[in-house]
Design a protein around this ligand. Structure first.
Ligand SMILES: Cc1ncc(COP(=O)(O)O)c(C=O)c1O
Length: 365
């Protein structure tokens, strides 16, 4: 049964828009999951029906991102925030050090957690310029004997995104890809570990995806609590304890949707087209809208901008809300405006928002 419900123009930063076709399928399967007479939430996580969903989600992610057999794909809980602690807990310790590239609030949080476990240094930072840009590769400084180098591939709050990643040689590279995983093709082999909270491009909140090189796992500390060891989850196919089964089911369906529309090449084409609509509205506004990020660091996932005065910004946000644009206020820590244009945000929403921006400028410019 198709519901005649008006879908919102959803620009939330996360949790955020999901593909309508995935929601409809989940609705259809909600009460009787594939002939089991139960919802997926009522199935045992040890049942064959659930296991198929679980393994299919892993297989789809491997297929879409080109993840080789050298890596484990794990589904964990505790959000990307727990990864800020688990990474140093597993890979830092006495006599070990790590480098962190600082590109915003999430890097700062990751850095602060790592400090609790070992020696950490800032390999580069763009804080001085209010995190308007991603440091150039040549600016990144580390000694070469670090346990790992950590970066945040997309800065959800400031609206900046890495366009190319450093080749770190023997130093394992770890990336927090929470807000741009699956938004474009990425060479996974450059990384020893990639992690992401699911609630932006992958599915609902409650699942954290970890992609980790098996060789890197062998270097992990063993004197840490069982649940916080990556190896526990790797050895048990993320079924050591009860996983968030509904979230993993939804994630698998979102991955299926990405496969159906043509994979990451098509996803990035769509994201570029959507991003252009809104960035053009900023760039053609003669300074009425002021983009936060420097041009070569602009994010295709979170588009951040200000208006000339706080009053004008308030009026813009109030009118946007009135016209049905949800979540376009900036993060509470920095204010301003932000449109999050994740994979499942339709072109039509971005088109409508860019037209609204033009119209607001005409009325108030
Ligand atoms: C880049 C980035 N890292 C980490 C987090 C924290 O994620 P979680 O809320 O899943 O702990 C977020 C949340 O928005 C984020 O955008």
């Amino acid at each position: 049964m198709k519901l005649d419900i008006k879908r919102a123009y959803n620009f939330n930063a996360g949790p955020s828009a999901l593909p309508l076709s995935v929601l409809e399928k989940a609705q259809q399967e909600l009460i009787d999951f594939r002939g089991t007479g139960m919802s997926i939430m009522e199935l045992s996580h040890r049942s064959a029906a659930y296991e198929e969903v679980h393994n299919q989600a892993i297989a789809r992610l491997k297929d879409l991102m080109g993840i080789s057999e050298d890596y484990e794909v794990l589904f964990l809980q505790g959000g990307a925030s727990l990864q800020f602690s688990m990474i140093p807990m597993n890979f830092l310790g006495e006599g070990k050090k790590a480098g962190y590239v600082m590109t915003g609030s999430w890097s700062e949080k990751a850095f602060a957690e790592a400090k609790l476990f070992g020696e950490v240094a800032q390999a580069a930072s763009s804080k001085e310029g209010k995190y308007r840009r991603i440091p150039r590769l040549a600016e990144i400084q580390y000694q070469g004997d670090e346990a790992y180098l950590h970066l945040t591939s997309n800065n959800t709050i400031y609206g900046t995104q890495w366009k190319e990643f450093p080749a770190t040689g023997n130093v394992p590279l770890i990336a927090d890809m929470s807000s741009d995983i699956l938004s474009k093709p990425v060479d996974v082999s450059k990384f020893s570990m990639i992690y992401a909270g699911a609630q932006k491009n992958l599915g609902p909140s409650g699942v954290t995806v970890v992609i980790v090189r098996k060789e890197f796992l062998e270097k992990a500390n063993s004197n840490i609590p069982t649940m916080l060891k990556y190896s526990t989850h790797a050895k048990n196919n993320s079924l050591y304890n009860t996983p968030p089964t509904f979230g993993i089911y939804m994630l698998g369906e979102v991955l299926g949707w990405v496969q159906e529309i043509g994979g990451l090449e098509e996803v990035v084409r769509r994201n570029e087209e959507k991003g252009k609509l809104i960035y053009d509205a900023i760039d053609h506004s003669n300074g009425f809208y002021i983009g936060h990020a420097e041009n070569d660091s602009r994010s295709l996932m979170n588009i951040t901008f200000n208006l000339k005065s706080e009053e004008l910004e308030k009026a813009f946000l109030a009118q946007a809300k009135q016209e049905g644009f949800i979540g376009v206020n900036g993060h509470r820590s920095i204010g301003g405006c932000r449109a999050s244009t994740y994979n499942a945000v339709p072109y039509e929403s971005c088109k409508a928002f860019s037209e609204f921006m033009e119209q607001f400028q005409k009325q108030n410019g």
